[in-house]
Design a protein. Structure first.
Length: 173
């Protein structure tokens, strides 16, 4: 499992700079990214190419949005894209999958788009509940309320209700 927490924090600062992410939610989002990557890598091992894989996984609308956002990259995003690309390249080497450099950049850009969507919607859910810290329940609400994300998670068999915050309740004296 690779660590994408720095990328999660970077994207969150771009999308919702006033919302903080709890530690449980950072781990939860990191596991989501890793599960998406593993699902894609397993399908690539079966012989699907990356373009077919994304059309199948993301669905038509999310795929179209991801394709439109993976065009020319602005200066702020280039550093985070390079870090993410290196991690994806290492993951592909670890699991013996060959991807060309432009496919790795496309994959990292698409993952960042999915992460941006999740963080934007969960940040909005957090604000709607008048909170300043994002918890797993906000992420779950965002995923459940968005049709494309809900479809994506149902295809990948990620159970979003299994992740809930383990908040400590105060002990009674």
């Amino acid at each position: 499992m690779f660590n994408f927490i720095k990328e999660i924090l970077f994207v969150n600062r771009q999308v919702h700079p006033d919302v903080q992410i709890s530690n449980h939610s950072k781990v939860y989002l990191n596991s989501i990214i890793n599960k998406i990557l593993m699902f894609i890598i397993n399908n690539l091992k079966k012989g699907l190419n990356l373009d077919q894989n994304f059309k199948q996984i993301l669905g038509p609308k999310l795929y179209e949005h991801a394709m439109s956002n993976c065009g020319p990259i602005s200066g702020k995003w280039i550093n985070i894209l390079l870090v993410t690309s290196k991690k994806i390249k290492d993951m592909c080497i670890k699991y013996n999958v060959y991807l060309e450099e432009n496919e790795i950049k496309f994959l990292s850009c698409t993952l960042e788009y999915i992460l941006t969507e999740i963080l934007e919607l969960s940040g909005n859910a957090c604000r709607d509940n008048r909170k300043v810290r994002l918890y797993n329940e906000h992420i779950n609400i965002a995923i459940r309320n968005d049709i494309e994300l809900a479809d994506l998670f149902s295809i990948m068999d990620i159970n979003i209700t299994a992740y809930s915050n383990k908040r400590k309740t105060p002990k009674q004296k």
